[in-house]
Design a protein around this ligand. Structure first.
Ligand code: KIV
Ligand code: ZN
Length: 523
């Protein structure tokens, strides 16, 4: 039932969010995030841009098959090929939506599209009509709307409505708008288009000036009833509007905004943690709503105030965004039921085989360190369940490192296709030496773009979690690895990144050339 007072949330973490530099999620990871977003009750999930790559197509198709309640959306330009690919990928969705876009600003039309206004209108006519003939719900976006000529944008939206679009999106593509101005802009567009009942306006704000949430809220005040954004504000450049910020502003200041939302805010913390872990983009501690310090009070005067009356310094309750301290730590004697229940509490949806595999690894870990924290369990899942790349698989069998004064030596043994491959190298430290040895085994030399190690908790027996990004032949891949031994975590992360690099190359049909590294020994 159409409720004109309800603000819907459109999550594009898996499409626009994934465009963030260095982020590359595989199908299993995207599916896990999509399931958790469904549980969070976002209204729409933009699962990808099916014409962009076979990998994107497969993700949209897999998510369409799996989700039964949330609307699944696929992005397309106005081109026929894009629209047919998106419709095909969405074919099995219970509630599909096709999102058609074309730029409407003078700068984009002249320099990027090389199209006149009339030609852009013709593209909208043909694209939206075709989309509507294939899928029951169509959204239209005028890319760079905030820098478009108002009169032309209104004309473009009217054409889209005439051809069957029922959601009209106003993107601030380059994060250029300011709240007061954007309020007026959206108001003028809404009044100018004056669409029939059932058609809603949407906003899609980027955060280049740190104004994405403020602009989204200004648009809601102007009458917009769908907000697009990503979890943790993930996205390219300054990112997208952070869903958790906008929804909590609407809820906390319901007295001012006077709108309702469907989203279950108690799922915000778990979904934020999942996205951060799987994407490798950490949440800053001072991030509103989901940062680790969002509910921490350091100053004595604040602590005193909060103890006397929470509302003195807290405008939201930690439990309302799902920020609940761990109630139990699992250990050696915990059974599979407790383990499964903890996974569910953390928001994971795994099949029986994956739970059994994770439980076995958890048990081994408890032999090493007695107890496992939530962070340890999440690292196990990310490392051992989602990181597995079926298309191409190097596996670590063993490694050794020796560190002397100034020089380290490493030897690695990997498996591939049941064959053992081994090699050794020297380097500036144990990780450098191990990576050089791996490069000799794989016979390519990817560039290491980034290397980070974090601990899964504050405890000294925490797992070390390594995250690396490598690049080779224009492709970028990230890899994760977790272990109580940080060198092992680093080695696993590098191998994982190499596997993902090969998967990506396979999907994009790119052959990775060996670059003349001496071949490893095979035995
Ligand atoms: O930022 C943008 O304009 C987009 C569109 C495709 C909606 O992401
Ligand atoms: Zn965008």
């Amino acid at each position: 039932m159409f409720d004109p007072n309800c603000v819907r949330f459109f999550d594009t973490t898996l499409r626009d969010g994934e465009q963030a530099a260095g982020v590359n999620l595989n199908v299993a990871e995207k599916l896990q995030i999509a399931k958790q977003l469904e549980k969070t009750r976002v209204d729409v999930i933009e699962a990808g841009f099916p014409a962009a790559s076979p990998g994107d197509f497969n993700c949209v198709q897999a998510i369409s098959r799996e989700l039964r309640r949330t609307t699944v959306c696929g992005l397309a330009r106005t081109r026929e090929g894009d629209i047919r690919a998106a419709a095909q990928a969405l074919a099995q969705a219970e509630n599909p939506r096709l999102h058609v876009f074309i730029a409407t600003s003078p700068i984009h039309m002249e320099y990027k599209l090389r199209l006149t206004q009339e030609e852009v209108l013709a593209e909208i006519r043909s694209g939206v009509s075709l989309a509507r003939s294939l899928v029951s719900e169509v959204e239209f976006s005028g890319e760079d709307a905030s820098r478009s000529d108002l009169e032309f944008l209104i004309k473009a939206f009217k054409v889209a409505v005439d051809c069957g679009a029922t959601i009209l999106n106003i993107p601030d593509t380059v994060g250029y708008a300011t709240p007061e101005e954007f309020y007026q802009f959206c108001r003028t567009v809404i009044l100018g288009v004056a669409p029939p009942e059932g058609v809603i306006f949407s906003v899609h704000a980027h955060n280049d000036l740190g104004l994405a949430a403020a602009n989204s809220l200004a648009a809601v005040r102007a009458g917009v009833r769908q907000v697009e954004g990503t979890i943790n504000g993930m996205g390219e450049r300054g990112g997208n509007s952070a869903i958790e910020e906008v929804v909590m502003a609407l809820k906390t200041r319901a007295d001012y905004y006077g709108v309702t939302v469907n989203l279950d805010t108690r799922r915000l913390f778990p979904v934020s943690r999942l996205v951060a872990r799987l994407s490798g983009v950490a949440v800053p501690p001072n991030k509103p709503v989901v940062g680790s310090n969002a509910f921490a009070h350091e100053a004595g005067i604040h602590q005193h105030g909060v103890m006397a009356k929470r509302e003195t310094y807290e405008i939201m309750k930690a439990e309302d965004v799902g920020c609940i301290p761990a109630v139990m730590v699992l250990g050696k004697h915990s059974g599979s039921h407790a383990f499964r229940a903890r996974l569910e509490f953390l928001g994971y949806h795994l099949d029986d085989a994956s739970v059994a595999k994770a439980f076995e690894i958890f048990k081994k870990l408890c032999d090493e360190k007695k107890e496992a924290t939530d962070g340890d369990i999440e690292a196990i899942i990310a490392d051992e369940i989602f990181s597995v790349t079926p298309e191409f698989h190097y596996e670590l069998k063993e490694y050794t490192v020796q560190v002397g004064s100034g020089l380290a030596t490493a030897a690695v043994v990997l498996y591939r296709d049941n064959k053992e491959l081994k090699d050794a190298a020297t380097g500036n430290g144990p990780v450098d030496a191990a990576y050089r040895a791996i490069m000799r085994v794989i016979n390519i030399e990817p560039k290491l773009e980034s290397f980070k190690i974090t601990a899964t908790s504050e405890r000294s027996d925490a797992l070390g979690e390594a995250l690396v990004i490598i690049s080779y032949q224009g492709l970028k891949a990230q890899g994760r690895g977790a272990s109580t031994d940080v060198i092992k975590a680093s080695v696993k992360a590098y191998i994982n990144a190499v596997n993902r690099l090969y998967s990506l190359a396979a999907v994009r049909e790119i052959k990775l050339n060996g670059n003349g590294c001496p071949k490893a020994d095979e035995s």
